[in-house]
Design a protein around this ligand. Structure first.
Ligand SMILES: [Zn+2]
Length: 714
């Protein structure tokens, strides 16, 4: 809009006030030249004698643009004559009046000065239709039209820009060294992946090798005759195993002729990073497909192998551009079904085929190409080498650009933590802005060396972060011991005692020390720490004096814990025990019989069935799991399954692990320790596996059981 020019044009003026009480506004129109363009003026006047020559609003419309000028405030607006919906907004000149009215009422209040005005509007806005016949409808529709055209032009300009940028990126991207990529894939991704198709007949076999393409017939079993001893032999072909081609010496997988598909294909992926525009990089994600084929011909005895071969093909499916100061941009290679052509697009969405960039091997030259780019200090090579598995370099480099501290962390050997960051787990960061590793991670400065020794172990880091948050100053040993316990609700215990006292107590109750690297000891420590916290919590809840050392440090934790559990739930517990013992009487009646069958113990553990239903309820309560529920009780009661208690021999009355075993098939349906967790998981699983075998083979093999248990313990 040529606003200044429009403001200079005198107002049209209201020639006379309209009669009729309802009329509040009168619109006057005219067409004037603004610059070289004809412009429709719609001036809306208050229908009052004192209105004079000044309208409430002047709406100016050309074929391509519009604007409304409010003389009172001297401001311009790009609002439409009415809002999106009739109910939402009043006409532009009544904004703020807060009047809601029907269209009929509006038409009575807002009128045109004369019928010529309507003709003028229609004539100027040719092609615009007003379904309801309201004069302002023409103007609103035209304004709507203009807005739509502008929007779609803006979109197509943006699309043009994107397309140009895409083309520009493509033009600045180096050629792919195709031969080199295929060679790399053959040597690194498809190692020994040749096919040795074979068909055995007696002591001989026909072999077709995809590596050299040859077909041969060889003896694989030495013959009886003197001559056959000297015949060149080959190893016996066996499906799925790898062997050596007797013709070319390549290694490949044996596939029997009968099982071979004529064409078999497999794909692998790799990354190649190249320089882009000097200091930037483009990380190219390439899919390599290997095809093996077996050639068959119709021979005397049916299908015969007459040749074999293989081929490699590569296709780049995505590339990510990384440039200083810019967001990473990924382009995707797509295939158009309409015209059958391949093309590049800067958007991944295309039909149902989304391209996923996953971790894959990175070609070695990537690191050489990285020198001199803004990524040369990303430490990606060191990181990749340290974690020894495939990474997604795009993820890594994007994270590095967000968080350049990654370089420092990798070089310190804190690779486990970098792995978390690459996965976008930023919860481990103390201060994103920090330059020093200790403040970045939110730990005390003195802790760094210890954390490095532990290669950035997450549990150790958590303890160190807690130490700093709590303003504590623990010893290295304490940090490691706390990490071994798992942090749990440690803070609660620290209300009652110092950190060292807590650690010592847990170790004493558990009956084992820290740092043994023994899974059983660690499991026991964790479980004891949890139980101790449980116990303290219950004491506090019951209102005991938490400064009294008798309550704080019971002589036997397990017994004291069990006692507190019962005390906490005594009434309810008694009622339930009585009830289940009446309802599920077979549990008690069958106890002797089941014990004979299921009881077992070795040096450390014992396992036995429940004595009665009440005991199962108690087990469930103490271990905080659901075995005391009716479902389990009923299954045991009716003999579908048996609930077994697995316990430490030195504490036979203390619940440890509860096992449900199928009474018929003896399959272990489930086993759980406290809080539905599986304490000392691997070891206890092995123990139970051996126990199950022992059950199935009958108790006769008891000697074997012990040997098995020892193996499991080792
Ligand atoms: Zn060969």
């Amino acid at each position: 809009m040529r606003k200044k020019e429009i403001e200079k044009i005198p107002y049209l003026g209201l020639s006379r006030v309209k009669s009729g009480k309802l009329v509040e506004y009168v619109a006057v129109t005219d067409i004037r030249q603004v610059g070289k363009e004809p412009c429709l003026f719609v001036e809306v006047y208050r229908n009052r004698k004192d209105t004079g020559e000044i309208p409430a609003v002047r709406i100016a419309l050309t074929q391509k643009d519009f604007g409304s000028y409010f003389p009172e405030s001297g401001t311009w607006s790009r609002g439409k004559i009415i809002g999106e919906s009739w109910q939402d907004t009043e006409m532009i000149w009544m904004v703020g009046a807060g009047i809601q009215m029907s269209e009929k009422e509006a038409a009575e209040r807002n009128v045109l000065q004369s019928p010529e005005d309507l003709e003028r509007i229609k004539g100027f806005l040719k092609g615009i239709k007003a379904w309801k016949g309201l004069w302002w409808e023409y103007i609103e529709k035209k304004q709507e039209d203009i807005i739509w055209k502008e929007r779609s032009e803006r979109n197509s300009r943006r699309w043009e820009r994107r397309k140009k940028a895409l083309e520009e990126r493509g033009a600045n991207t180096e050629e792919l060294p195709e031969q080199r990529i295929l060679q790399y894939a053959e040597d690194n991704l498809f190692i020994r992946e040749h096919r040795l198709y074979y068909k055995k007949h007696g002591a001989r076999a026909t072999v077709a090798c995809s590596g050299c393409g040859g077909v041969t017939d060889r003896r694989w079993r030495p013959g009886q005759s003197y001559e056959s001893q000297f015949e060149v032999k080959m190893e016996e072909p066996r499906m799925g195993l790898y062997g050596t081609c007797p013709m070319c010496g390549r290694q490949g997988k044996f596939v029997p002729q009968g099982k071979a598909r004529t064409t078999e294909r497999e794909t692998r992926h790799l990354f190649l990073g190249q320089k882009y525009k000097g200091t930037g990089m483009v990380m190219r994600y390439i899919e390599v497909e290997k095809k093996w084929r077996l050639e068959l011909t119709c021979g005397e005895k049916g299908l015969e192998m007459c040749g074999a071969g293989e081929s490699l093909d590569g296709i780049e499916i995505a590339r990510t551009y990384l440039e200083p100061g810019k967001k990473a941009k990924t382009d995707y290679h797509k295939h158009s079904r309409e015209n059958g052509e391949d093309f590049w697009d800067d958007c991944n969405l295309y039909g149902l085929n989304n391209i996923n960039i996953r971790p894959a091997p990175i070609m070695g030259e990537t690191y050489g190409n990285m020198k001199g780019t803004f990524l040369q200090y990303s430490a990606m090579k060191e990181y990749q080498r340290a974690i020894r598995e495939d990474i997604n370099p795009v993820d890594y480099l994007e994270r590095y650009l967000d968080t350049p501290q990654i370089e420092m962390l990798v070089k310190m050997g804190l690779t486990e933590l970098v792995g978390e960051l690459v996965k976008c787990h930023y919860g481990i960061v103390g201060d994103m802005e920090a330059r020093r590793p200790d403040t970045f991670l939110g730990i005390r400065k003195e802790r760094l060396a210890q954390l490095i020794r532990h290669k950035g172990d997450r549990h150790i880091l958590e303890v160190m972060q807690m130490e700093r948050r709590m303003g504590q100053n623990w010893t290295e040993g304490q940090v490691e011991q706390l990490a071994e316990l798992g942090m749990g609700r440690l803070v609660e215990a620290l209300d009652y005692m110092g950190i060292q006292k807590y650690l010592n107590r847990v170790s004493k109750y558990a009956g084992c020390g820290y740092g043994t690297m023994c899974s059983r000891a660690s499991g026991r420590l964790k479980e004891t720490a949890q139980m101790y916290l449980d116990y303290l919590g219950m004491r506090k809840k019951r209102g005991y004096d938490m400064t009294n050392s008798v309550y704080l440090f019971p002589r036997k934790l397990e017994a004291a814990h069990a006692k507190m559990v019962e005390e906490c739930n005594k009434e309810e517990y008694d009622k339930r025990t009585q009830e289940v013992n009446e309802r599920f009487q077979m549990i008690k009646k069958n106890y002797r019989k089941l014990r004979k069958r299921f009881f077992f113990q070795d040096d450390e553990y014992m396992i036995r069935p429940a004595r009665d239903a009440g005991e199962i309820v108690r087990e469930g309560r103490i271990l905080h799991h659901c075995v005391g529920g009716d479902t389990y009780l009923e299954r045991h009661d009716t003999g579908q399954s048996t609930i077994l208690f697995l316990r430490h021999r030195e504490a036979p009355e203390t619940p440890y692990i509860t096992v449900e075993i199928g009474t018929e098939a003896l399959e272990i349906r489930q086993w759980y320790g406290a809080h539905d967790k599986k304490p000392d998981r691997d070891r206890m699983q092995k123990w139970l596996d051996v126990y199950k075998t022992w059950l199935k083979c009958g108790n006769a093999a008891a000697g074997g059981m012990e040997a098995g248990m020892m193996a499991a313990g080792a």
